[in-house]
Design a protein around this ligand. Structure first.
Ligand code: LRH
Ligand code: MN
Length: 399
């Protein structure tokens, strides 16, 4: 693909290369599997159903992009034995990433997991988290990524304060089971599947619970888990300043938790998030300890192409945020030069960084055009042939 001669300065080109050298993003195993909505699931011949196929597809995305060395795993959907995972990691060069316990599919979780009024269910949920921490230890993963569907559907049906206390207790005991530098990432979500109250509904509740759990508990920001009028980058700025930002689940949405591909609806949103991180790191001279992860369900798009599209879009938006002139911006902010300050961001966002990224890829032995390289590889045809008709029964994702 020919890119228009970009009006980037040599400094900006250097900033893009530096940004590309450090930007890594984790892929979700469930993004390669058949997923749907409550109205149905459309099967794709090439969809991954086994952990082998998920590692293989992740390795192919990493081959053509070079920036996805880890795969997020969901305990119930992906695990045979830890041994399998280590062997697959060796075979594919893809390391096991964040470990996601599943505290929402088992029938016992009808009224919740750590927030369930039945102490036996709370204990069972805690035991599953502790097992997941052991799996993380066995496969060498650092992050245990916790999302809870817990909540209620009707006013008065649950005691919200009692559930908060049970969550504090459960997360504190989970934190106590961590090994080494492992982290708990506490993910919040305002609603779905609960439609009256959700126990961990927003960043403040996740922050309080993470702090109460212990120093290795941080907050995970899923971009799809906000009301459309919420300022997500302000939440990110606060969590950065509080040193409580652990990671992201990136996706895009028009309405609710739509799990669409990153940047497909509002790329400026992701740019504003990356900008808050870039200006924080510029100001503090510190590299924020953030896990960048994708959490999407590709119900209609060909899954591997959607994943490649997601990664390259994330790279472009991360690069655009890296070329914001922070010095000039800080001056305009101090002088309340509103238009000039805003234009620092808009100029960077409007800059075509694709040719610089393509040159960086070629210099690193990565295909300049990942999607084209994938399409030329024949991988899609090969797996369609291999996987068509093979037993696809296994539950390898949600919905
Ligand atoms: C919940 C969520 C959570 C996952 C699931 C696949 O909506 O974002 O992160 O476990 O999606
Ligand atoms: Mn998520």
């Amino acid at each position: 693909m020919e890119y228009s001669e970009s009006d980037m300065t040599p400094l900006q080109t250097e900033q893009v290369w530096k940004a590309m050298d450090r930007f890594r993003i984790e892929l979700p195993s469930w993004g390669f599997a058949d997923t749907g909505t409550r109205f149905g699931k459309f099967h794709q011949a090439a969809a991954a159903a086994t952990i082998e196929e998920k590692f293989s597809d992740a390795a192919e995305v990493n081959r053509v992009t070079g920036v996805c060395p880890t795969l997020a795993l969901h305990v119930l959907w992906d695990f045979g034995t830890a041994g399998d995972i280590s062997a697959l990691a060796k075979k594919t060069g893809i390391r096991a990433g964040s470990i996601n316990p599943n505290l929402f599919q088992d029938q016992i979780y009808k009224f919740g997991s750590l927030g369930n009024p039945d102490p036996h269910v709370r204990e069972a949920a805690l035991a599953h988290i502790v097992d997941s921490i052991e799996i993380a230890t066995d496969v060498g993963s650092r992050d245990i990524s916790l999302w809870f569907a817990d909540g209620s559907n009707y006013p008065g049906t649950q005691n919200i304060r009692h559930r908060k206390d049970w969550f504090e207790d459960g997360l504190r005991r989970s934190h106590a089971a961590l090994k080494g530098d492992q982290r708990l990432l506490v993910e919040y979500k305002p609603f779905e599947p609960a439609f009256y109250h959700t126990d961990i509904a927003d960043w403040g509740m996740a922050l309080e619970l993470a702090r109460a759990a212990g120093p290795q508990a941080k907050v995970l920001v899923d971009t799809g888990h906000h009301y459309s009028s919420q300022n997500i980058e302000q939440i990110v700025a606060w969590l950065l300043d509080l040193k409580m930002l652990g990671g992201f689940h990136f996706n895009d949405r028009r309405y609710a938790d739509d799990d669409l591909t990153l940047g497909s609806i509002d790329p400026y949103q992701v740019f504003r998030i990356f900008h808050e991180i870039a200006v924080y790191e510029w100001e503090t001279g510190m590299t924020a300890d953030i896990a960048y992860m994708v959490d999407q369900s590709h119900n209609l798009k060909p899954k591997i192409e959607a994943m490649i599209q997601t990664v390259t879009t994330a790279q472009e938006l991360f690069a655009k945020a890296a070329i914001v002139d922070h010095e000039r911006l800080a001056t305009h902010q101090r002088n309340a030069a509103l238009v000039d300050a805003e234009n620092c961001l808009k100029d960077a966002f409007a800059t075509d960084v694709r040719s610089a990224i393509a040159e960086w890829r070629m210099a690193r032995g990565i295909p300049a055009e990942p999607l084209a390289a994938y399409r030329e590889s024949g991988y899609q045809k090969r797996i369609e042939a291999e996987r068509t008709g093979k037993g696809r029964g296994a539950v390898s994702s949600y919905a």
